[in-house]
Ligand binder design. Structure first.
Ligand SMILES: [Fe+2]
Ligand SMILES: [Fe+2]
Length: 174
């Protein structure tokens, strides 16, 4: 292949049509807008689309490096929805992990994900606080990419951030 030519999604076997459906889903957009509004003045890390896409891309790289074999759209769906429950957490105080499971179970089937895929993604979202300990590959991938996505090395509020020194990313790895 000549240098500078991008591989099309057709060539790579990745079909991102279902991701497009999530991006246009009414409930997804509604929750995303609520998060953006609530976090507009937030000085710590935010949970909007930029964060979700960072997580998606890092998770996809890890999946390729580790030959995890997960479909690209499954990884992106998991990442796009993983913090969506924050919209409810900000309103009611409910855990965003549990709220995220409910939202994923509602949104994913309407975007063409099978019951099995929905269950897999929802599970990973529900345990993303400590997904490494579950032994589930999706959960571990989401947990690691979520942590790796944060630019602690460029943080302006590290003095008061609750992340421990051991958790923080001191340099760029992805
Ligand atoms: Fe989270
Ligand atoms: Fe996150």
């Amino acid at each position: 292949m000549p240098l500078g030519r991008y591989i099309t999604s057709e060539e790579s076997g990745n079909n991102m049509e279902r991701i497009d459906r999530i991006m246009k889903h009414r409930l997804f957009l509604d929750c995303k807008q609520k998060i953006d509004r609530k976090e507009a003045q937030r000085m710590y890390c935010r949970h909007g689309l930029e964060h979700s896409l960072d997580v998606a891309r890092i998770a996809y790289i890890l999946n390729l490096e580790e030959s995890g074999g997960l479909r690209q759209d499954l990884i992106y769906a998991m990442a796009l929805l993983h913090d969506l429950g924050r919209s409810r957490e900000y309103e009611t105080g409910a855990s965003h992990h549990a709220a995220g499971v409910e939202l994923a179970e509602q949104i994913l089937p309407e975007c063409g994900f099978t019951a099995e895929e929905t269950q897999r993604i929802a599970y990973a979202i529900g345990v993303h606080k400590n997904g490494e300990e579950t032994g589930d590959y999706c959960a571990s991938l989401l947990f690691r990419a979520d942590k790796l996505s944060r630019s602690c090395f460029d943080c302006k509020v590290s003095e008061t951030c609750y992340w421990t020194e051991a958790c923080r990313n001191h340099d760029i790895s992805y």
